[in-house]
Ligand binder design. Structure first.
Ligand code: THU
Length: 166
């Protein structure tokens, strides 16, 4: 048996005012776009905004459904749009924010496990890490250099390949 280790470090800022201008702009857009979420069941409006390698900006918000599992998170709405509008283009940075209609919105958001899996596969598809800026409507901001570090030992394509004769 051998023990392996996983080390993860990330940046924490006290507020949006400590970010550089480009990052602060992206997070401001993510905070604003939460207004376009459709979240009548959770009242937890999430917004995600991507800056692509070709300088385009793409947005996504969570879209819920009366059949709860049909709902889609903001991150996966965004990734679907990016992959469709700009196939093969790397995503440099995604800012993610939320507005909790019935509660506080000042803790950094944390993407769910399904979205982490989707973000990691996009990174692998285009062979470039995605920086994540995570925040609420105000308060602390977390910056993660690559989505992959949020999902160690993730499932990825090579393991699904088969070399069995057909
Ligand atoms: N949600 C997102 O869209 N992104 C996240 O990072 C966290 C959760 C959505 C799913 C659901 O519509 C609502 O927020 C409450 O979980």
């Amino acid at each position: 048996m051998k023990q392996e280790n996983y080390h993860f470090s990330y940046e924490v800022y006290d507020s949006i005012t400590d970010l550089n201008e480009q990052d602060a702009w992206l997070l401001t857009e993510a905070r604003k776009v939460t207004a376009a979420a459709y979240a009548p069941y959770s009242s937890f409006n999430v917004g995600a905004v991507a800056r692509l390698a070709n300088a385009e900006i793409v947005t996504g918000t969570n879209q819920e459904n009366a059949s709860y599992p049909v709902s889609i998170c903001a991150e996966r709405v965004l990734l679907g749009s990016v992959a469709t509008l700009y196939p093969g283009i790397p995503i440099q940075t995604i800012a993610i924010s939320y507005h909790n209609i019935h509660g506080a919105s000042n803790h950094p958001i944390s993407p769910c496990g399904m979205c982490r899996q989707s973000l990691v596969e996009y990174e692998e598809r285009v062979k470039q890490p995605i920086r994540l800026i995570l925040s609420g409507q105000d308060g602390r901001v977390i910056v993660v250099e690559k989505a992959n570090s949020l999902l160690p030992l993730s499932l990825s394509q090579p393991i699904l390949k088969t070399d069995r004769p057909t």
